[in-house]
Design a protein around this ligand. Structure first.
Ligand SMILES: *Cc1c(COP(=O)(O)O)cnc(C)c1O
Length: 400
């Protein structure tokens, strides 16, 4: 169970049935969380928010005082984030950037490009050819680095350390650095190395990853006798959907990064979390339409489903939720109610995959009760297949 904040709970119980389902965001909770994350990090760590986790403009603005910038991974995110938080630093990453997207990023004055291949490097150099050499475009080379299996053990989505389409292969590192520092591309300035290698790592594991990336970058710089002033170690901080009240150990992570920076006094470290910043501030709230028993198990069908909240389907987990009981029942016939101790919560889609949470301990759950699914502030609405079955879209509320 993950209890909604007071403000969220009051709103969810106030909304009319046809105002549900709804995404409800508590921006005060988001600000408090982001302030805590920022406070746990040493000053020389820059915090960027990976917009793909949740690009709602209200969230982007609420985060603005606590982050140093935003990581965008498409032309769409670039334009959107540029409008939502004008003037804030942007880093443009992601595989398969089109020439038009790169040109748009140059026009927008994007500070940093995370380059994913030698070809992309050449496209950028070509499009930036008329740049004045005193205002070069900042470049970080993204590498798919070999990391020890141990540091990636707990990861749910490994993006590095094995064959992937992300970043440059370490075998291309010397060619890329030579191209950027050989004097023929004055329009580009190599700032450092980027590596987003895995998602779902705990703080201790992330420190290990950051150490290996910095060590690798330091050796690369030494080999080429160049200074690399920045290392971006990516995002991927773990969010525990099974124990929603347990948060990523930012304090341990901050201390680990402090030790690492002590050993590299000229280095700026950057991190770019998405999920672990915004997951906790969002709820997907709805009402129980029907409760039925099928072959010995109770099912509650709620308004909405995984076409709005795809997270449990993509991650194969049970979305944490809280029941908000509604005492009144408007009909003269008996109210459908669960007879057993656990209920499986499903949506309105005609597919057995539309499972939001299985075997939830919700004895006595009734039609008309409301349910708030927590940890729905990241990779939730924006990754869902909204148009499948043509149900109405949810409402959106931003509190605080
Ligand atoms: C997705 C992504 C992130 C954010 O990952 P989280 O798991 O949401 O923290 C950061 N950097 C890059 C390059 C990404 O692709």
């Amino acid at each position: 169970m993950t209890a909604p904040t007071r403000a969220v709970r009051d709103l969810v119980l106030d909304l009319p049935s046809d105002g549900l389902p709804a995404y409800v965001y508590d921006l005060t909770a988001l600000r408090e969380h982001a302030a805590g994350v920022r406070a746990a990090l040493p000053e020389r760590v820059e915090l960027y928010y990976a917009a793909k986790a949740n690009p709602e403009p209200e969230l982007l603005s609420a985060l603005s005082p606590y982050v140093d910038g935003y990581e965008v991974s498409s032309g769409g995110e670039l334009a959107h984030v540029g409008r939502a938080v004008p003037g804030r630093p942007l880093a443009f990453g992601g595989p398969g950037k089109t020439p038009a997207e790169i040109a748009a990023a140059l026009d927008l004055g994007v500070e940093r490009f995370h380059l994913e291949s030698l070809h992309e490097l050449r496209v950028l150099a070509d499009l930036a050819a008329d740049r004045a050499p005193d205002t070069p475009v900042g470049v970080l080379l993204r590498f798919n680095l070999p990391l020890s299996a141990a540091s990636l053990e707990g990861s749910s989505l490994a993006m590095g350390g094995r064959p992937t389409p992300f970043g440059l292969d370490p075998a291309d590192a010397d060619t890329a650095v030579a191209l950027l520092t050989g004097g023929t591309l004055p329009q580009l300035r190599l700032l450092g190395v980027h590596a987003h290698l895995a998602s779902g790592l705990e703080a201790e594991e992330q420190i290990g990853v950051a150490e290996s990336v910095v060590t690798w970058a330091t050796r690369l710089a030494a080999r080429h006798r160049v200074r690399l002033t920045e290392v971006d170690v990516g995002g991927g901080m773990h969010v525990d959907y099974t124990t929603p009240e347990r948060r990523y150990d930012w304090s341990t992570y901050g201390k680990g990064l402090t030790r690492l920076l002590d050993d590299h006094p000229d280095l700026t470290l950057r991190i770019e979390p998405g999920r672990a910043l915004t997951a906790y501030c969002g709820w997907y709230a709805t009402e129980v339409l029907d409760v039925k028993r099928s072959r010995g198990e109770d099912f509650a069908v709620v308004r909405g489903g995984t076409h709005h909240l795809r997270t449990p389907a993509t991650k194969g987990h049970d979305q944490p939720c809280s029941v908000l009981p509604v005492p009144s029942w408007p009909h003269p016939w008996p109210r459908p109610a669960a007879g057993s101790d656990t209920v499986t919560l499903t949506g309105q889609l005609c597919t057995p995959k539309d499972l939001l949470a299985r075997h939830v301990p919700a004895p006595g759950l009734r039609a008309g009760d409301r349910v708030a699914f927590g940890l729905a502030g990241a990779y939730a609405w924006n990754i869902s297949h909204h148009d499948f079955l043509m149900h109405p879209r949810p409402g959106f509320h931003f509190l605080g």
